[in-house]
Design a protein around this ligand. Structure first.
Ligand SMILES: Cc1cc2nc3c(=O)[nH]c(=O)nc-3n(C[C@H](O)[C@H](O)[C@H](O)COP(=O)(O)O)c2cc1C
Length: 364
């Protein structure tokens, strides 16, 4: 199957099937956010109407700390979806990433389905996207082409080796990836973001990425869209037993988003993505070290109905974030980022096993 057809198949599957990671035995989401609590402030001493949510990320202003994560483009039918997402991002003054631009490198006729994002969102942070395996193939020239295609403010390199391992047509040669990332960072004069796509980034990997010169890390952790899960549905349709078995086994593989945010907070800004569903998830991410959050899956169905629906969903998340800020007594994002949280349960145990002192977050 060619890249373009695969992109529309992925989008359709995500819009119509249950593709998130499963809840654990306690009914908790795998992100770990259900184990994180704010400390309620019964006397907040602020006016909720005066709460300020703007942030600065890599030199660009966002009206609140969220971006629309890389999803689509690369098939003619994705153009309207990207237009709806981009118009909404522009209206809300937040960032947006396009999906993998591989299809347009293979066939320039598909560039429009990506360019529509910049055309619809001239004033905001727009970033390009290529997988590490495509950079192996197309080199720095491919990256430059992807950036030029949408006048990108940054380029995201995605890591998706679980999906590659499960897919029948996957590329499982990961040799030289780190060196390639280092070369892209050296060659490009715009920020380079490295992002996972649902399995998270560990402290060890975050450290080598920082050393390689990346400008930001998007943890793309466990708890939201499961790409092993998506591939299970494709495998079922194709009667591909090996892939179906692998996809089911690895459906919930990875580092929970919250853990990954804590582990990756070393020296560059961290984006919390993977199961960000509410403004409370955003607030919790910021309180444990993220500079920004990203969300993908929840915006697909709204985007199929136009930008107004996307704006509605984004406004709900903003409203929820403001209520958390009000009830914890913080009237700006910088202060919220210093907020105390209590981490319990499996997430605390996991972090303790990895050598983190979770009490630190409650004492700040
Ligand atoms: C339909 C769909 C397509 C995606 N395509 C890409 C892609 O092309 N490149 C990429 O880096 N991530 C891609 N992602 C991953 C998202 O950017 C994000 O990391 C992941 O879905 C976790 O966020 P979520 O739980 O909010 O969906 C895609 C996600 C979805 C749902």
């Amino acid at each position: 199957m060619n890249t373009s057809n695969r992109k529309i198949e992925h989008l359709t599957l995500c819009a119509t099937h249950e593709v998130e990671s499963h809840r654990d035995d306690h009914g908790h989401r795998r992100t770990g956010f259900d184990d994180i609590s704010f400390i309620h402030n019964a006397l907040p001493q602020i006016n909720m109407d005066k709460i300020e949510t703007t942030i600065d990320f890599l030199g660009e202003q966002f009206a609140f700390p969220l971006l629309i994560s890389s999803m689509t483009g690369g098939h003619p039918d994705t153009l309207e979806v990207n237009r709806a997402l981009a118009l909404a991002a522009e209206e809300m003054q937040i960032g947006i990433g396009v999906g993998s631009q591989r299809a347009a490198l293979e066939d320039p006729a598909l560039e429009d389905s990506f360019r529509v994002v910049r055309d619809s969102a001239p004033d905001i942070f727009v970033f390009g996207n290529l997988g590490i395996t495509q950079i192996q193939e197309y080199g720095i020239e491919g990256v430059e082409q992807a950036v030029g295609m949408i006048d990108a403010d940054a380029i995201a390199i995605h890591l998706n080796f679980l999906q590659e391992a499960v897919q029948p047509e996957g590329n499982t040669n990961a040799l030289g990836g780190l060196e390639l990332i280092r070369q892209v960072c050296q060659s490009m004069d715009i920020p380079v973001i490295v992002k996972e796509t649902g399995c998270g980034i560990s402290h060890e990997v975050a450290q080598v990425l920082c050393d390689a010169g990346v400008s930001a890390i998007d943890v793309g952790g466990l708890g939201g869209t499961s790409w092993a899960g998506v591939e299970v549905y494709r495998a079922k349709e194709q009667g591909a037993e090996r892939c179906e078995g692998l996809g089911n086994l690895f459906w919930d593989w990875g580092i929970p988003t919250s853990v990954s945010v804590i582990e990756s907070s070393i020296s560059v800004p961290v984006i919390a993505t993977g199961g960000i569903r509410t403004g409370m998830d955003i607030a919790k991410s910021l309180a444990i070290g993220a500079s920004l959050c990203g969300t993908a899956l929840p915006l697909i169905r709204p985007a199929l109905n136009g930008s107004k629906e996307v704006v509605k969903r984004l406004r709900t998340m903003l409203e929820e974030l403001k209520v958390v800020m009000f009830l914890t007594g913080y009237d700006n994002i910088e202060d919220l980022m210093q907020s105390r949280v209590v981490i319990t349960g499996k997430t605390a145990k996991y972090l303790n096993e990895r050598g983190y002192n979770t009490k630190h977050f409650a004492k700040r």
